[in-house]
Design a protein around this ligand. Sequence first.
Ligand code: NAD
Ligand code: UGA
Length: 461
Amino acid sequence: MGKNEFAKRILCIGAGYVGGPTMAVIAAKCPQYKITVVDINAARINAWNSDSLPIYEPGLLDVVKQARGRNLFFSTDVDAAIMEAEIIFVSVNTPTKSFGEGAGKAADLQYWELTARNIVRVSQSDKIIIEKSTLPVRTAEAMSRILNANEKGIKFEVLSNPEFLAEGTAIEDLNSPDRVLIGSQLTPEGIKARDAVVEIYANWVPKDRIVTSNVWSAELSKLVANAFLAQRISSINTISALCEKTEANVTEVSRTIGMDTRIGSRFLMSSVGFGGSCFKKDILNLVYICQSYGLTEVADYWESVVAMNEYQKHRFVKTMLTAMFNTVAGKRIALLGFAFKADTGDTRESPAIDVARQLLDEHARVVISDPKALDNAKIDLADYVDRLEFVEDPYEAAKGAHAIAIMTEWKDYKGLDYKKIYAGMERPSFIFDGRNILDHQALFKIGFNVFPLGQPPLKYY
Ligand code: NAD
Ligand code: UGA
């Protein structure tokens, strides 16, 4: 099919965890559109053009293979792709700022602004620009100013279409999203642009799941969705601490409150802490925005969600230390799982990073095991690499260990032969279940001292 035979030419700038899967699904669902994904990172683009994709996501390779070379193209030629596209999704990274005003909280918009300036420089025709990245509320205003300050008479309409996919389930989430949100200016041009984007999603998403709003509500809704999800985890994690003092069981409490349809059952799993590239970043961004509007109490409220998450990670290590007679120095400890959640190789903000570092600071001999995340783990812990072992096989990792700690809820960890593992461990043998996924009674019967989260420990001393 030649260039002009496509009904729309769509570009995505940023071939990361969001840009890659999202565009692959649009391309698979809409063979009538030409979809190009560009990135400045050539290694990433090469990987997207190969069979070892740059990210691990169940089902992704099949979707990519369905469309790649037909109507899905990965390229580093950013300028050529901008020139030909009518619709541009911008999905570059928006990390927390590490310098200057707002350091540690505000979003670092440098990649964002560079992209906008590049679009203006190269464009020769009107375009719809879509914020796919997660951004502070009112970024579209700045974006629109930069884009429309051009002297070529080109008009850019800026929309917000934040992404709600979760890693590990990205393809499912994109195939059948709870909702797609498209925010626009409520001017005739804004609404025309919005309708053009609604048309893309309407190829497979039911109309009643495509929500439109003003552009500021769309930007803010993304931050708020992540803040609410993270807040539920921090809330249940506070209760896990109370359960450990009172012999209540956090799993029973979660189940019971979750049966109230007003509360709902999801995102109530107590854990060693939430991780991932976005929850902490987006909440701190929300906190910074509130602070900059003088809403101190509102900012403090949301900041406590992050503070509670730090507390939970620290509390987990403290439980390990106390249980193991107040010292782990020289003891081999196997961390099973390093990804921030199951079914991904992503380790960004994984609670396992903090747990590993705290244990290393206590002079433990830490062994890291994970089916998909060992390469990233080596980068995350590069400064400690001489004092660590990385072992993919959990049985090998646990050999000679005093303790095992479950860091990621990989399904495989439920089905391990714990009798065999126990046989190879030091005595007394400890297991700390940071995800509450194991059969604690069965482990206790084998001989382990078992420390679940938010439940009384099962121990022989
Ligand atoms: P990522 O770091 O995986 O990917 C971003 C990509 O953008 C990188 O490959 C980078 O090289 C590229 N890039 C940066 N500047 C560029 C430029 N000027 N031109 C071309 N490419 C450029 O990030 P991600 O996880 O895909 O997240 C992207 C955005 O989506 C963030 O704002 C994030 O908050 C949001 N988000 C992420 C998720 C998720 O699950 N990871 C989910 C929803 C929303
Ligand atoms: C999250 C949101 O779920 C997505 O909607 C959003 O698009 C995305 O952030 C984003 O903006 O980046 P993600 O971080 O990929 O997605 O994964 P989640 O499933 O939300 O898990 C986040 C963390 O919370 C993980 O560490 C997970 O183990 C933990 N978690 C989750 C719990 O500790 N308990 C729970 O009950 C649920």
